[in-house]
Every structure is written in structure tokens, then in C-alpha cells.
Design a protein around this ligand. Sequence first.
Ligand code: C6P
Length: 389
Amino acid sequence: GDKPLVYLDNAATTQKPRQVIEAISSYYEQDNANVHRGIYELSRRSTRDFEAARERVARWIGAPDATEVIWTRGTTEALNLVASSWGMEFLKEGDEILLTEQDHHSNLVPWQLVARRTGAVLRYVSIDEEGRLELESLDALLTARTRVVAISHVSNALGTVNPVKEIVERAHAVGAIAVVDGAQGAPHLTVDVVDQGCDFYAFSSHKLCGPTGVGVLWGRRELLEAMPPYQGGGEMILEVEKEGSTWAALPHKFEAGTPNVAGAVGTAAALDYLEALGRDAILAHERDLSAYCIERLSELPGVRIFGPAEVMDRSGVVPFNLEWAHPHDVATILDTEGVAIRAGHHCAQLVMKRYCVSATNRASFYVYNTRDEVDRMIDALRVVQGIFG
Ligand code: C6P
């Protein structure tokens, strides 16, 4: 269109800074070779970049050791890895998996699949009017049969920042492991997996200014050691015999096939970029925009805003509905005004069901957004109001 773009769909994916694009093209121009295989200089360089990126990620999330950092295609694959490998090995009939109504499908469906195959039972933590997990119900839901508690650090459909540390402690108290979907956490909050105490933490590079198709699973060493491989292939074996094989050491046991080396390099560049901005500054900026957005939205008639009223309990995600216009119509008209927001169920249909809506509008902010852009969205919503209101 002829209107300058206002991009407010950062929870879906972020735009890429020049530093990231240049790191990727420079890798392809100068260092490209397969990793961990060649005996020649170029492959050593590629392997060095790939492993340095792993170290970079370890620092970003406070992982004690980079060999606990596994490259995946993204959050979705990371969570499927845990459910398939850990779940299929350690869950049995009657065991309980505790999920939440708040979670993204990628932290629900893999566990549903494993439950069907193992006979494990699914339980759900409900959410209150403001989109917070109902932690009072944890006492009843966490039992000696609970083996896994899977939660998100931050909800993509509500913006709620969850008290992960407290939930992890309570999961551990009954002997369950805690799996944290950090897709909306790692890009926005300081993450320290040791302090948080979780057993697994997953996130995607593309939501923190990095490239698509690459992400991370961090896992606690003892658990990763005890788990069988997720996929078989090159890179992940020690010795192959006709009857079976032995596995490579961590992290390679979980990295079958040629990895996304350029993706790893781009991820490291993205983390350097964000670190230079400062993680506290990023979160403060997002919260300022959320607060401003909520304030400006409240000027409109018939507006319903989802998620916690307290802005310190949310990140840069503002879901809202307008009584007088369907979210898909809102997003379509906003698009003609040059404003990109997301409308739909946000892969969190349990959240939609909880609030009896089929869809919501969602504005989500990142480091480069401004208050002026929020104003542009409000102006565009006035155009919608002129048509439907
Ligand atoms: N949420 C959104 O618009 P992938 O697709 O694997 O990179 O991430 C999946 C995922 C998992 N958990 C949470 C909390 C997420 O927000 C997402 C991706 C996007 O909200 C696309 S549905």
C-alpha cells in the first residue's frame, strides 16, 4: 500500500535488524561448510561459528553448560522433542500431565499425542477473568501421579507473565518435571533457567529478531542424558551396527542431520543486538507501549481488553475486541490503513473458549515500535468505527 507500514504483529514474528541479515550473508559468503564433518579449514570455521552461537544462547538463558543447548527448528519442534522423547520413555498409564488453558497449541497437542499413546491422563489449570493461571487450584491438581507440568513463560494470547518459579517449585514438590514454553518469554524477559528451576525451556529465534526455522531447547543434563534420541540420522550416533547403534554425546544426540548453521549464526547476532539494547530497557519499552495502547484503546466504545489489568504482569501483547466489529474485519480494514495486527485464535483455542469468543485482535510490540505507531493504530480503528460503529 501507499501508507507507511506499522508492524504490530511481533508476537507472531519480529523484523530482522541489518546486523542479523549481514551475519547470515557473511556466514554464507565466507564460512559456509558442513559442521563437525570436514577436516578442512572451512568446515572448522563453520563449526566454530555454530558452536559459538550455542555458547551465545547458553549465556542468554543462563544455561550452566552449552552442551545442554539443543538446536531445533523452533519452539514447536523443541516441545515435540520433549513430549516424544521424554514422554514416550517415562510416562505410563495413569500418570498425569498437567497443562493449562492458557497455553499455545504447541505446548498442548504434543502432550495430547503422548497421552493417547501412553494412557497418561491430561489435567488442566484454568485461567481467571484477567488471564492469570488459577494457582489456588494447583493444590488439588498436583498429585503424586503428576509427572509433567507444562506451562508458558508468557501467554501469546493474553500477554500474561506467569509466576514460573513458583509453579516449578510446586511441580518439583510432587516429583513432576516442569516444561516451560519460552516462545514469548526469551524475547522479552530476562531468563535464567537455573534461577527459574525449570527442567526444559524452549524458544524460537524468529521472535527475537533472529531468522525463521531455528530455535532452542534447553534441558537439564540428567534428563537429556536419560532420554532416547528424538530423530535418527547422521551426526547423532557414536557407532552404528546392523542391530542397533549407540548415541553421540550431548547435544549431538538430539541433532540428527545437517543443522541450520546460518540460523544459529543469525540467532547469535540477534542476541548480541538485543543485549546491546539492554533487556530491562526492552521490557520497559514494551510495557510503556502496552500501557499507552491500553489507555488509548479505552477511548473507544465497546472495547474489551484481555489479560491482566496490571501492566507489570504483562509483556508487549495487547489482545482486544470491539463489540461492534469482528476481529477479522478489524484486521482487514487496519491493513488497508497500513497497520498490521493479528486477528484469530492465536493457536490458543482454549483461551478463546474460556472467554467465549471465536477470535481476538492482537497488537504486539517489540524494540522498534513507538507511541506514534500506537496512535496510527487508534486512528485506523476510528476508520473501522466509521464503517461499523
Ligand atoms: N506464536 C503467535 O502469533 P514456533 O511457531 O514454533 O516458532 O512457535 C510456536 C509458539 C509456541 N508457544 C507460544 C507461546 C507461541 O506464541 C508460539 C508462536 C505465534 O502468537 C504464532 S501462532
